[in-house]
Design a protein around this ligand. Structure first.
Ligand code: BGC
Length: 400
C-alpha cells in the first residue's frame, strides 16, 4: 500500500444540525423564508456561468430550494443514517447540536431535546463510531438574534451556560468543537453581508470575532474534563501569490493564536485555494459550485498548523459533485497530500468528509450535492453513491 495511515486514524463524515435535521426554527430559518424568492431570482446572475448551470437551473430558480424545511429529516432518521455510516466502515462522525432546540427560551433548557441528543450519541457509540460534537454551527435561537447575536457581549455568557449544560448532559462525548468556522461566518454575515444578519460593517465584524474568541475560551474553561478534548473547526485557505502572507496571518492564524492555550486539538476545514493579488485561480475543472479543486492546498494549510504542536482532525473537506464523477479522485488526492503532511510530522489523526448526506447548503439551498449519500428531494430516500464505497475501501485498508 502506497499511502498507509497511522494506526487508530479516525475516518468518517460530517454534518450540521440545520443542514440535515429538518424542522428547525432559528434566526436562519426565518431569514430563509424572507429571502427565498430573492435568492431564486438572483440565481441566474450568481450561478449562470457555472458549467453545471444546465443541471442546476431548475432547482436554483425555485424559491422552495432555499427553505430548509424538513431538510434530510435526519432528526427522525438518524439511526438509519448511522447504519449507513457504519456499513461504510466509518469510525467517527461529526454532528452539531441545535442551540435553538435545547434552549428555545433564555435560560430554559428543554430536557426532551437534550434526551434526543443523548440518544443520538448513544446511537453512534452503539455502532462504535466516535462522535465529534459541534456546539455552534452558525444557527442561533431567536432570543439570541433579538439581543444582537454575537455583536452583544451578553451572548458570550449565554453560550457558555449552554456549553456547560451540554457538556454535563453528554459526558460520554470525548471530542467537542465549540465553534464552526468563525471567520467564514463573520465574513459572510458582517462584511460581505449576504448571510443573516446581512450587515456590512468592519466594526461589527471585528467585534463578533473577538466575542467568539472569548466565548470559545470561556466555554473551554467550563467544559474541560480529564476525559474530553476541545477545539474549534477552523476553515483555513491555501493562500498563494503576492499578499498571501498577510492573508494567512489574519484569516488562518489570528483566531488560532488567540485561543492557542485553550484548545486540545485543531479541527481543520479545507476547501479553498486563493491566489491573491495578480494571481489567477485555475477554474478549468471546478466543482458544481464553481470552486477550484486544489488538493495540494490541504498540505499547505496543514504545514501552517505544525507550530501549534496539537493533534489535527480534518473536520471537513468535500466536493459538490452531483454526478459523482470527481468525488473519489477528490478524496484520494487530498489524502495523498494529508499523508505527506503526516510523513513530515504534522499530527493528523482523522479525516471527516463533508458531508455524509446531501443537505441544505445555506444561501445556495439544496442544489449543491456534497453527500457521500444522495438524498432524494421528493422521497428523502437515501442512495449510497459509488464514491462512498470507494471511500469505504480506503477506510477498510486504513490507506490505499
Ligand atoms: C461549512 C458547511 C458547508 C460547507 C460547504 C463549510 O464552510 O462548515 O456548513 O456546508 O462548508 O460549503
Amino acid at each position: 500500500m502506497k499511502y498507509a495511515f497511522p494506526d487508530g486514524f479516525l475516518w468518517g463524515a460530517s454534518t450540521s444540525s440545520h443542514q440535515v435535521e429538518g424542522g428547525n426554527t432559528n434566526q436562519w430559518s426565518e431569514w430563509e423564508k424572507k429571502n427565498a424568492t430573492r435568492l431564486a431570482s438572483e440565481a441566474t446572475k450568481k450561478h449562470g456561468t457555472l458549467p453545471s448551470w444546465n443541471d442546476i437551473r431548475k432547482e436554483a430558480k425555485n424559491p422552495q430550494n432555499y427553505i430548509s424545511g424538513i431538510a434530510c429529516d435526519h432528526y427522525n432518521r438518524f439511526e438509519e443514517d448511522f447504519d449507513i455510516a457504519k456499513s461504510l466502515g466509518h469510525t467517527a462522525h461529526r454532528l452539531s447540536i441545535e442551540w435553538s432546540r435545547v434552549e428555545p427560551r433564555e435560560g430554559f433548557f428543554d430536557e426532551k431535546e437534550i434526551a434526543h441528543y443523548q440518544r443520538v450519541i448513544q446511537a453512534l457509540r452503539a455502532r462504535n463510531i466516535e462522535p465529534f460534537v459541534t456546539l455552534w454551527h452558525w444557527t442561533l435561537p431567536f432570543w439570541v438574534s433579538k439581543q444582537g447575536s454575537w455583536e452583544n457581549k451578553k451572548t458570550i455568557s449565554d453560550f457558555v451556560r449552554y456549553a456547560k449544560k451540554l457538556a454535563e448532559s453528554l459526558p460520554e462525548v470525548r471530542f467537542w468543537v465549540t465553534l464552526n468556522e468563525p471567520l467564514i461566518y463573520t465574513g459572510m454575515s458582517y462584511m460581505v453581508g449576504t448571510w443573516p444578519p446581512q450587515k456590512k460593517s468592519v466594526i461589527a465584524y471585528i467585534r463578533v470575532i473577538h466575542n467568539l474568541i472569548t466565548a470559545h475560551k470561556d466555554a473551554y474553561r467550563v467544559m474541560r474534563t480529564s476525559d474530553n478534548h476541545i477545539g474549534i473547526a477552523k476553515h483555513n485557505i491555501a493562500f498563494t501569490g503576492i499578499g498571501a502572507m498577510s492573508a494567512r496571518w489574519w484569516f488562518n492564524r489570528y483566531f488560532l493564536e488567540k485561543i492557542k492555550n485553550h484548545q486540545d486539538f485543531i479541527g481543520l476545514n479545507y476547501y479553498q485555494h486563493k491566489n491573491m493579488l495578480f494571481g489567477k485561480n485555475n477554474k478549468k475543472n471546478p466543482t458544481d459550485v464553481g470552486w477550484e479543486i486544489y488538493p495540494e492546498g490541504i498540505y499547505r494549510v496543514l504545514k501552517e498548523l505544525a507550530p501549534y504542536k496539537k493533534p489535527v482532525y480534518i473536520t471537513e473537506n468535500g466536493i459538490a459533485d452531483a454526478h459523482d464523477t470527481k468525488r473519489t479522485q477528490f478524496i484520494k488526492d487530498h489524502l495523498i497530500w494529508i499523508h505527506k503532511a503526516i510523513a513530515e510530522g504534522v499530527g493528523v489523526r482523522g479525516y471527516l468528509y463533508w458531508s455524509l448526506l446531501d443537505n441544505f447548503e445555506w444561501s445556495d439551498g439544496f442544489w449543491p450535492r456534497f453527500g457521500l449519500v444522495e438524498v432524494d428531494r421528493q422521497t428523502l430516500e437515501r442512495r449510497i453513491r459509488p464514491s462512498a464505497h470507494e471511500y469505504a475501501k480506503i477506510i477498510k485498508n486504513n490507506g490505499f
